[in-house]
Structures are given as C-alpha cells and as structure tokens.
Design a protein around this ligand. Structure first.
Ligand code: BTN
Length: 268
C-alpha cells in the first residue's frame, strides 16, 4: 500500500501544539511510545481528578479496546490512537455523543481535503464502505464531576501484519492515494473539530449536529440487519436518526427506535 512520507513523521506534542495555535491551551497532551490502552489509562486518570482536555496518545497500544468488548488492532506507526478526557456540564444528556464525535471526525477529514468519508451508526467512520476509524466512549466510574473518555483510533496505513479478518473490512487514509497529513496535523484538526462539536453538544445536545450526521449517513434508506446483545436480530430500512441519536429503523411492525446494537447491510 502506498503512503506519503509525511505521515511517517512521529506524533509530537510540540508539532500538535504548533498546529493548534491558541487552542493548544485547552488541551494537555501526552504522547506515549507504548501503552496498553489510552482509554484504560485515561479512565484511571479521570478517576484521580485529571481535568477536561487531557489527551493521551500512544504510538502503539498493546491492549487497545474496541466496542462491545472487542479488541482494537492498530499497527505501530500506522494509526493514530488517542483518548480525550471530557467533563461535560453537570446533568448534560449524553445520548448521541458518539455520533457527535463522528461528525467531528468527518469535519476534520474534510477540512484536510480527504474526501469520501461516511458515518455508520452508531460510531463508525467509513471510507469506501470500510472502517477507517472507530470511537469508544467510556464513562469514568464515580468521577465527580462526571468524566467521559472519548477514545479514537484512525487507520493511517495498512500495517503489514493486519489480521486476515480485517483485510476486507478495514480502510486506511493511504487508500485514498493522496498526500496525507502528518499524524500531528491530523490530531490537531480532530481536536479542533471536537472542541467545536463538544461545545455545541454541551449546550444543545445531539440535535445540534443531527443534520450534519445525516448528511454523511452511509446507510440512509438501506436494507439492514440489526444485531444486538439483548434481542433477536431485527431487519428493516434505515430511516436516519432521532434527535437523541437513536437509529430509526422501518420494520414490518412499524418504525422502531434503536439505542444499541450494530447494523450490517442486508445482501440485495
Ligand atoms: C470500535 O470498536 O470501533 C472502537 C475502537 C476505538 C479504538 C480507540 S484507539 C484509542 C482508544 N484506546 C482504546 O483502547 N480504544 C480507543
């Protein structure tokens, strides 16, 4: 897989700060050469009182966590893996937060001139129908004020040791065949976009970015199957998302609001 040399510059705190300019004051970034999981580490820090805006990035994760108890594979230097600690206002409704993070990611990619990004409910970022980035949101238990850890993994290049099962389902920015941003520039643009989107989300909830999410919805109108841990598979047509981020699925029994699970396209 081809890749631009510029993406191979390692992530650096100074380069991210330079990219962010004034906004860098809002973030406290640490880049680790290796850690188990940036989410796991940041959750512990959140529970010990770390402030909103703390960002932990790792060049390599040894136990990256994905949604629904899965692991998250990321090749060393071939991906951007980081977590942001966010303390929302007291009593803020968090429904739809992972979708709002998807909107921020799409905005960051577009701002960098990287086309073809789409969003899949609840929080996948796709490129040509394959997964380019994933978002894992976890709540710090017992943290006061409330703390949310937003973990993001973005595939930059396809690592040589990519597991077989991911070869057909994963995408990487290098697939675009365009000059790619450095990892530091990419992180800065994502933090910038998150800063804007989280401010809107805190004030007005998911409904404030719902239209932007729908503009990028990869499966709008598509026939899908919903798999969830708690119920039988459900088939229907994607009718977008509600004002709180619930998926609207038109089924034989009427339109249902879905708040958890995973959708896959049904073969035509
Ligand atoms: C998914 O399953 O789609 C979510 C993947 C989230 C992966 C990121 S990588 C940085 C952060 N640390 C983790 O352990 N997971 C998230």
């Amino acid at each position: 897989m081809s890749s631009a040399a510029s993406t191979e510059k390692p992530l650096s705190v100074a380069a991210v700060a330079a990219e962010l300019g004034q906004l860098s004051r809002r973030f406290d970034l640490e880049v680790m050469a290796e850690c188990d999981s940036t989410n796991a580490r940041l959750l512990l820090q959140a529970e010990s009182g770390a402030p909103s805006g703390r960002v932990l990035a790792a060049l390599r994760q040894t136990a990256g966590r994905g949604r629904r108890g899965r692991s998250w594979f990321s090749g060393a230097d071939d991906s951007l893996t980081f977590s942001l600690l966010w303390r929302p206002p007291p009593d803020a409704a968090l429904a739809g937060l992972s979708l709002a993070v998807g909107v921020a990611l799409a905005r960051a990619f577009e701002g960098l001139g990287l086309p073809g990004i789409a969003l899949k409910w609840p929080n996948d970022v796709l490129l040509s129908g394959r997964k380019l980035a994933g978002v894992l949101i976890e709540l710090a238990s017992g943290a006061r004020p409330q703390a949310v850890v937003i973990g993001i993994g973005i595939n930059l290049r396809r690592p040589p040791d990519l597991p077989e099962d991911l070869k057909l389902t994963a995408a990487a920015l290098a697939d675009l065949g365009l000059p790619l941003p450095t990892a530091s520039a990419l992180l800065a643009r994502v933090l910038e976009a998150l800063s804007e989107v989280l401010a809107r989300f805190a004030a007005e909830g998911f409904s404030s970015v719902r239209d932007q999410w729908l503009e990028k919805h990869a499966l709008q109108g598509c026939a899908v199957r919903l798999l969830s841990d708690f119920a039988e598979p459900l088939e229907g047509f994607c009718r977008g998302v509600d004002s709180d981020g619930a998926l609207l699925l038109a089924t034989a029994a009427g339109t249902q609001r879905v708040i958890s699970g995973e959708v896959t396209l049904r073969p035509a």
